[in-house]
Design a protein around this ligand. Structure first.
Ligand SMILES: Cc1cc2nc3c(=O)[nH]c(=O)nc-3n(C[C@H](O)[C@H](O)[C@H](O)COP(=O)(O)O)c2cc1C
Length: 127
């Protein structure tokens, strides 16, 4: 069972004035399903767009993505990442709702960690 990560962005189809509250409800309801299927991750909402990171067994993620893509509360789902990972970033969260700054900071941490791992593997740095 491979540990996998899928992330995507989409355009929210939610009334602007309730969008944040609606997204919180999506997260709260997601927690039970995700916990049951070994899925962790984070959801954020920024300028009318969702971004979500999902981590877990590949088959469970694909099944969940099929449900998410069919959800009328958003559209224009664009995949950002779809591949294997060694460890979870959101191990403690069935589905966290994060502010956009924390979300971006986490993704940057991932990039920096991957860069450091590649540098260690190659034993090189560029100046
Ligand atoms: C942006 C977005 C993210 C979602 N993330 C999850 C999630 O992580 N887990 C989950 O169970 N449902 C999530 N949902 C809800 C699912 O799309 C779907 O409504 C839910 O799984 C219930 O599916 P059902 O109506 O087929 O029973 C999300 C919905 C949206 C719009």
């Amino acid at each position: 069972m491979r540990l996998w990560k899928i992330s995507y962005t989409s355009i929210a189809a939610l009334p602007e004035e309730t969008a944040n509250a609606d997204a919180l409800v999506i997260c709260a309801l997601a927690e039970q399903y995700n916990a049951l299927h070994g899925i962790t991750g984070v959801l954020t909402l920024h300028r009318g767009r969702f971004a979500q990171v999902l981590e877990g067994p590949e088959t469970a993620l694909r099944a969940l993505m099929a449900r998410i893509i069919a959800d009328v509360r958003h559209h224009t789902v664009k995949m950002v990442a779809d591949g294997p990972i060694f460890k979870r970033r959101y191990a403690d969260w069935s589905m966290a709702f994060s502010d956009p700054k924390a979300f971006v900071s986490d993704q940057l941490d991932d990039v920096l960690e991957q860069t450091a791992a590649v540098t260690r593997a190659l034993g090189t740095t560029w100046h």
